[in-house]
Design a binder for this molecule. Structure first.
Ligand code: ARG
Length: 275
């Protein structure tokens, strides 16, 4: 990578770190650690991307993610694992490269890909029109469904009942976008992670959480007294985000993904995590 690109990447990194510090400061971090889903929270210090830049080492491919999203990505024994991490490792293997995973805020993922800090983002990320303005997406490798988590015995029985209620979401996710559109910005509380949003729900700070179905199941399993509304809010496709100009990588990733899907490897990995 040319020197000027490195400097640009470093500046972006500094800006991203500043954003992270600011947004962390805004996030409510209650002292009592009420039942987070097991092993989903990154250890302190793992949230900031290491100052490696994608392409710095020709044989290393850098993936960025937000590892508080089980079963797609979560931290176990200090390591990022899950469906996305495993599929990414298989893709890297096919490309003859070593995979390196950087954990960061969800809202930092697309900027990281655009600036070249990461080669790709894989984070249970939904393909949508707005994101397609900024990055390209691979073919889809999974389906996600936005669902509503509520406390057991809640008077919320339908999507309509969410009107006027406080809704917790993870910042910059599609759940955040839809909830803001449908129920009004003033009714939506944004949290840095899905885990933080669910924690707020268990503490009665919000009435419901809108999040993807598989993480929702993991959070409900890990926290007493929560349940998922049977109505699905939105159905979406997950794909890998790659910089617009990096069409070479997009082609390679799509080719690798097609083989992994055909060979049943993707299904095998998904089945390992989703019963
Ligand atoms: N599918 C949703 C979106 O793309 C949420 C993804 C959140 N992923 C994460 N790793 N925290 O907006």
């Amino acid at each position: 990578m040319k020197k000027i690109m490195k400097i640009a990447a470093m500046l972006t990194l500094i800006a991203l770190c500043a954003v992270m510090v600011i947004s962390c400061g805004k996030t409510e971090t209650p002292k009592d650690t009420a039942a987070p889903a097991p092993d989903t929270t990154a250890a302190p210090g793992t949230a900031a991307p290491a100052p490696d830049t994608a392409g710095a080492d020709d044989n290393v491919i850098v993936m960025c993610t937000n590892a508080s999203f089980p079963p797609y990505e979560f931290v176990e024994n200090g390591e990022i694992t899950g469906i996305d991490a495993e599929i990414a490792a298989k893709i890297a293997e096919k490309l003859g490269m070593t995979l390196k995973i950087e954990d960061m805020e969800f809202s930092a993922l697309i900027p990281a890909v655009q600036s070249g800090l990461a080669d790709f983002a894989m984070a249970g990320m939904t393909v949508n029109e707005e994101r397609l303005q900024s990055v390209n997406f691979s073919t889809s490798y999974a389906t996600g469904v936005q669902v509503v988590i509520i406390p057991e015995g809640s008077d919320i029985a339908s999507l309509d009942d969410l009107n006027g209620k406080k809704i917790g979401v993870q910042l910059a996710t599609t759940g955040d976008i839809y909830a803001t559109d449908d129920y009004g910005e003033e009714n939506v509380e944004e949290y840095a992670t899905g885990n933080d949003a669910v924690l707020a729900l268990t503490q009665g700070k919000v009435d419901a959480v809108i999040i993807d179905n598989e993480p929702a199941k993991a959070y409900v399993a890990a926290n007493e007294g929560l349940t998922i509304l049977s109505t699905e809010y939105a159905v979406e496709d997950y794909a890998i985000a790659i910089a617009k100009e990096n069409t070479e990588l997009l082609d390679k990733v799509n080719a690798a993904l097609a083989e992994l899907i055909d060979d049943g490897v993707v299904t095998e990995i998904v089945n390992k995590y989703i019963g």
